[in-house]
Design a protein around this ligand. Structure first.
Ligand code: GRG
Length: 282
């Protein structure tokens, strides 16, 4: 994955050098790569060629990296630390950070149009639409808008879930869907179960993120800990308490495993990822 990302990002010595350096800074050398791992795991379920999955995984990671750069900017979360390093706007400047996002997003779509990732053009076009919807106002960007509007408010559990299904869950679902679409066509029941798995691990990811924000240190997370409470953000912990949030994460892990129950060994990595997402400490 790291090699693929290096390859798809513009070289730092090409004009405009500063923007290209900042794009590489934002994407390379950090991050858990959860979304690419999900794409590869779902690809394995559909016996996809890893060379194809690598392309969709890189595209998704570029969208994710851009969202982190923008999320950290002063107009949004205003943070100084990400992936254990100064955030992009701190290391470079605000205008460059804005442009990093502006450039990473189309680059993701560019690599999905320049490379063959599906057996037929119709499926590939459908895959582009999946990524566009997951990233836009009915996906991640919309979830971020709801998040910004909910600071200082009390949300109900369904409202919180709605926000996270969009903000975090949409791209996680897209990673699993696109990874699988690189391979053989899954039957509709198989696909439904994969989607149920993806929705569940997407939520579990966020629940654990909320728990870690309370429990883990800034050094372990590589980003500022304790921010949710400091910014009066509604979270699973603020609604359910720490023990309740941990319990929910475990329930979601069991649900994710249940969604995969009828799959055999091809789903082994998806199962391992559900465990990683819930049991992670960073
Ligand atoms: C700016 C359009 C726009 C969207 C931002 C994803 C997002 C929406 C904001 C990130 C803020 C945040 C802390 C969200 C909670 C869950 C999350 C996505 C955490 C970061 O993802 P990780 O843990 O990050 O996968 P790494 O660095 O490991 O890739």
């Amino acid at each position: 994955m790291e090699t693929a990302l290096q390859r798809f990002l513009p070289p730092p010595e090409i004009v405009p050098e500063r923007l290209h350096r900042a794009m590489r800074y934002a994407v390379l050398g950090g991050g858990k790569r959860v979304r690419p791992l999900l794409a590869f795991a779902a690809g394995e379920l559909a016996q996809a060629d890893p060379a194809r999955v690598e392309i969709v995984a890189a595209a998704i990671e570029m969208i994710h990296a851009y969202s982190l750069v923008h999320d950290d900017m002063p107009c949004m979360d205003n943070d100084v630390l990400r992936r254990g390093k100064p955030t992009c706007h701190v290391e470079f400047d605000e205008a460059t950070a804005l442009l990093v996002g502006d450039a990473l997003q189309p680059l993701a779509f560019q690599i999905l149009t320049e490379n063959v990732v599906a057996d037929d053009a119709g499926t590939q076009l459908e895959m582009l639409k999946v990524l566009a919807l997951a990233s836009g106002s009915r996906g991640m960007a919309g979830g971020q808008a709801i998040d910004l509007a909910s600071v200082g408010k009390t949300l109900s559990l369904p409202e919180l879930e709605f926000m996270h299904i969009h903000k975090t869950g949409a791209l996680i679902r897209a990673a699993a869907v696109l990874g699988a679409r690189c391979g053989r066509g899954l039957g509709s029941s198989e696909f439904d179960r994969l989607e149920r798995y993806a929705k569940t691990v997407g939520l579990a990811f966020q629940v654990v993120d909320d728990v870690l924000d309370c429990e883990a240190s800034t050094a372990t997370l590589g980003k500022t800990a304790g921010k949710d409470a400091a910014q009066a953000k509604p979270t699973y912990v603020s609604i359910l308490g720490l023990a309740g949030a941990r319990e929910l994460a475990e329930e979601l892990r069991a649900e994710a495993h249940a969604a995969l129950a009828s799959f055999g060994g091809d789903a082994a990595r998806l199962r391992a990822l559900a465990d990683f997402i819930v049991l992670r400490r960073f």
